[in-house]
Design a protein around this ligand. Sequence first.
Ligand code: HEC
Length: 148
Amino acid sequence: MRPSIKGLCLTALALTPILTTAAVDNRDVIDYRQHIMNTLNEQAGALGQILSASIPDDNVVAHVDAIALTASTALKAFEPKVPGGEAKPEVWSNWADFSKRMNEFAAMTAKMAKTAHEEGKDAALAQVVDALSCKNCHDTYRKEMPKK
Ligand code: HEC
């Protein structure tokens, strides 16, 4: 039997105390932008498997859409000036450059998604390397730390 919508909502609420407390502290801000980055990472990882031909390419358009949608939410998550996590302080001291790069990333992934819908998955995959400028930004703005 399918779980009811109500049951799913109650479960989500139980797992998300933030919905019942108004206060958003710095840990929440950092967790939120890391959730967005990890979403990008999982979707890019899935595309990478397809590109290496280990997985059939049926879901390319969906992965490209997911990346574009997530990229469009990323800048908002960095707007609160909360240094910490793996973000270098330069994110906020060079905000004009950081936000420009994030907006370009969102624009490039949106273009790749549009191509996927209009011209098909092969045309979209040809843009992956240019669109996924993850490392370019990380080299300047992320201080990668060993995972616990
Ligand atoms: C314009 C800059 C920028 C772009 C583009 C960008 N990132 Fe990030 N990313 C960051 C910053 C800054 C952090 C550190 C966030 C923090 O820990 O607070 C980060 C952190 C991460 C993390 C670590 C999250 C964690 O839980 O610690 C992963 C994984 C990641 N990014 C993947 C990606 C992938 C994959 C892409 C491309 C598809 C991407 N990022 C594009 C700036 C960027």
